[in-house]
Design a protein around this ligand. Structure first.
Ligand code: HEC
Ligand code: HEC
Ligand code: HEC
Length: 136
């Protein structure tokens, strides 16, 4: 069994090279902290529910927002009736950001993770953003 030591060393080196990205991640990767729904408005809710179910919102909020914009601006319809028959004002800032007032820890955190950059904030200004930067 001459050369076994050499073979083992080769296998070990091979393993280290293949595994190195994972090993580096183990040490340096920051845990992904998900979006947080913890805001004063949501804390005060008896039933902590979004406009539609959480899973549906996660998958479809972008389309919902675009259809809200079209409803409000093209059809002048400013009331949305959800699956539970509840009525909501069609407003990105007053309705969505009314509950999700922590835009940075909620919308932004998720979008950074997913590498999407909605351009909405060029015009729609979040209250916390106004408080920090003033109106531009
Ligand atoms: C170029 C500026 C601009 C950008 C960018 C923009 N909007 Fe708007 N949006 C407006 C204006 C102006 C209104 C009309 C406000 C009104 O009549 O109350 C509006 C109205 C809306 C409304 C209905 C009324 C309300 O108060 O919310 C929704 C919903 C909406 N926008 C969603 C979006 C979304 C989602 C995006 C990003 C995908 C976006 N907008 C990007 C300017 C913009
Ligand atoms: C009445 C308060 C309220 C309003 C208004 C509201 N939300 Fe929510 N939202 C919540 C709560 C509470 C949750 C988490 C619990 C749940 O729905 O199961 C949530 C969850 C979500 C989620 C899923 C988050 C995750 O962790 O997967 C998204 C996305 C979301 N909301 C986006 C929106 C958008 C966009 C709007 C406006 C169209 C909006 N919300 C309006 C209270 C609200
Ligand atoms: C649970 C994670 C999550 C949360 C929370 C979340 N988003 Fe998103 N959002 C996404 C993902 C993922 C996409 C991209 C989906 C795609 O491209 O199909 C997206 C896309 C969007 C888009 C379309 C952007 C584009 O350029 O196509 C808009 C508008 C948007 N989100 C608005 C919001 C707003 C407003 C909030 C906070 C009230 C919010 N989102 C919270 C995950 C999230």
């Amino acid at each position: 069994m001459q050369g076994t030591g050499k073979n083992l060393a080769a296998v070990a080196i091979f393993f280290l090279i293949i595994a190195s990205p994972h090993l580096i991640n183990l040490v340096y990767a920051k845990a992904w902290t998900g979006p947080t729904e913890d805001t004063p408005r949501i804390r005060a809710m008896a039933d902590k529910e979004c406009i539609e179910s959480e899973g549906w919102m996660r998958r479809n909020h972008m389309n919902l927002l675009l259809s809200w914009r079209d409803a409000a601006l093209r059809d002048t319809d400013r009331i949305y009736v959800n699956g539970r028959g509840e009525r909501y004002d069609i407003s990105l800032m007053r309705t969505c950001l009314g509950c999700h007032s922590n835009r940075e820890e909620f919308c932004d955190r998720c979008h950074e993770f997913a590498a999407v950059e909605p351009y909405c904030w060029q015009c729609h200004y979040a209250p916390e953003q106004v408080a920090k930067e003033g109106w531009r």
